[in-house]
Design a protein around this ligand. Structure first.
Ligand code: ZN
Length: 133
């Protein structure tokens, strides 16, 4: 498994409209667009930082994973995504190492990326996403 870089940091917000001002106006990051991923009940907004980006996540449904996260923990960093060269190979390697996975095989994320989540119980509390673009 080869991790190439941090792909993005996912930040759960109640509202992208209300939350994006800090990242664009205060920090001066470029707002690179929004995308809704219906399957994950989430709307995302992207702010590139070098080769990585901050990704704001707003739930589109009260039972979505982001809504549940905010209900439990409030707004804040929800996951860290590492870009890998081969996500299938990475998942199979992690499985062999006994790492508990949320996704045994990749699914489609924002921007057409292949993504998969590791279980936070296996990572000392960090929701880790693997991502291949
Ligand atoms: Zn992500």
């Amino acid at each position: 498994m080869k991790i190439l870089q941090i792909d993005h940091i996912g930040v759960a917000v109640n509202s992208i409209a209300a939350g994006k001002g800090f990242w664009s106006d205060v920090l001066g990051l470029e707002f690179a667009g929004e995308e809704t991923v219906a399957a994950q009940k989430v709307k995302t907004a992207f702010f590139p930082v070098g080769q990585s980006e901050v990704e704001l996540l707003e739930s589109t449904a009260t039972d979505g994973p982001i809504a549940k996260f905010i209900e439990k923990k409030g707004e804040g960093i929800q996951h860290v995504a590492f870009r890998v060269d081969n996500i299938e190979a990475a998942l199979s390697e992690l499985k062999h190492k006994g790492v508990r996975l949320i996704d045994e095989s990749p699914r489609m994320g924002a921007g057409g990326a292949k993504i998969a989540f590791l279980h936070p119980q296996a990572t000392h509390g960090v929701l880790v996403e693997l991502c291949e673009r």
